[in-house]
Design a protein around this ligand. Sequence first.
Ligand code: FRU
Length: 607
Amino acid sequence: MKTLTTLTIMAALATGSAGASAADNIKIEHIGVNNTYVRVNPDQKYVILPVQDGVDDARINLIVDGKTERTFYVRLAKSKVDFEVPFDLSKYKGHNVILDIRANHDRSSIRESQEEACWNLIRTSDTFDKTNRENFRPLYHHTPEYGWMNDPNGMFYHDGVWHLYYQWNPYGSKWQNMTWGHSTSRDLIHWTHEGTAIEPDGLGTIFSGSCALDPDNTVGYGKDAVVALYTSAADMQTQSLAGSTDGGITFQKYAGNPVLTLPTEARDPNMFYNPDTKLWTIVLAHALEHEVLFFTSPDLKTWTKTCSFGKVAAQGGVWECPDLFPLEIDGKKKWVLLLNLNPGGPFGGSATQYFIGDYDGKTFTSDTLADGTIPTKWMDFGKDHYATVSWSDAPDSRRTAIGWMSNWQYAADVPTLQYRSANTCPRDLSLFSDNGEIYLASVPSPELRKMRSKASVANVSFSAPAKGRTFALPKANDGICEIEFDIDASKKKGNTEIILSNEKGENVKIIYNAADNTISFDRKESGIVDFSIDFPAVTVAPTFTHDGRTSVHMLIDRSSIEMFAKDGRYAMTNLVFPNQPYSSMKVSSTAGAKISNLNIYPLNPSK
Ligand code: FRU
């Protein structure tokens, strides 16, 4: 992380003799106690804004040739500078640009305003340094280059490329200024940052939504154009449409937006196209009513409501980010409705539940238990798996999903600044049955295996002693690794414990309890945990096995541990912030458990 000293030196350069150009490009006029005009010469690509984490937002009206072009919010530095953010000026070259900055806190005098740290450092530049400064930034999970990220949005696959959009604040590391950022990948490991895809406008900021290809040009952007639905969020939430004719890099918004208004909070439209009926199905979260609204549309401009489903299972605070797709089990097609809710998750805060049922093109009907009730089913039993939705148009009939790897309880407090939040690893979904019920299985997408280096522990089998057996974890690349093994604790009652730890004594405790058929994850001593009372926690998953046997497949990436059964029967995603990587794994058992097929793979994403 850049220190204030370096930034102060940069300020001196920017405002001193060497910075004549910067001084020419920026003119600061304090026109009132809480109001400053910054006149910017847009000859250079960016105006660089100094930010202090934790202070109030300043409201910035961007005035171009006397007209308000847009409004955005930045925590402009008052007493110290934590980091900087760039605002792109390239569109405004040759125009008169004023940043009309309104402080959100009450100052007592203009002098107080003049003394704030931001004014010496605000400057124009053709470059912005995006070099990673965060030790906790994962190496193979998707993160924004800088700024805050929440939900993944609008994912579609086309011509070998996985497109991933996301809720992005390009001007700070907390939720604000929602914009669709865009990244692409050919292997689900390496992500290329494509920049901004959809920016806020007069209808509001750009909340979550979905994209799909339009094979029959039903919307009017052309055959196979990429179409996007998203929520325009102002005082109320409305639904808007956009299309892209350059493969999803830039979008043209539909001039007739919004395409749907409702008198109550509704958001996160998710769609798919049925070529047989030539109709789109759209699911929309009716957030406060705890229901999902179903629509059909011939062109995404006029929508007909066909059913609502909800007020069942876990209802929590708000229902958000639905997704509907078919999967097969035993040759039979079933429909899966993903539904994210916050708060109300099994371990507090955010989580993803799902319903298995049938959809006839109009109505979704959930399977029920024998007594007629609709059960609550969780997709992931960790604390850091939210806003999960799937890619449309994925190849080979795959259903691949990705989630936001954080929790609204503390996402804005995690110990990173340059960026905040990563996505989970991409997961391939399928169905399985257990005790007459159908459930959703998640496994890491097979592409991730390409990162494996030669196993440092290969195919080891042993009886876990009560005092434990210890294995070294890989050191390379900050210890990022993949661990797999089977556990057989069918002979005797007792627990099997797996402890990951580092030299500082920080550790994660995983316990398989064969009597309860559960596996738990304790991160109370996992490293930095004190940034939120909701972070230190134990999460527990049913193993969906009943014979004292289960398996573990773990992916470790600097600040996250994702744990799955090998066949995906349970999934558990948890963040951890160890002060140094976990370096050993100790396996012990009071059940005399047999551990087999233990493999530890160092991971090398640069392969
Ligand atoms: C879910 C959510 C969505 C909304 C978006 C706003 O995390 O609240 O419902 O569209 O985030 O950023």
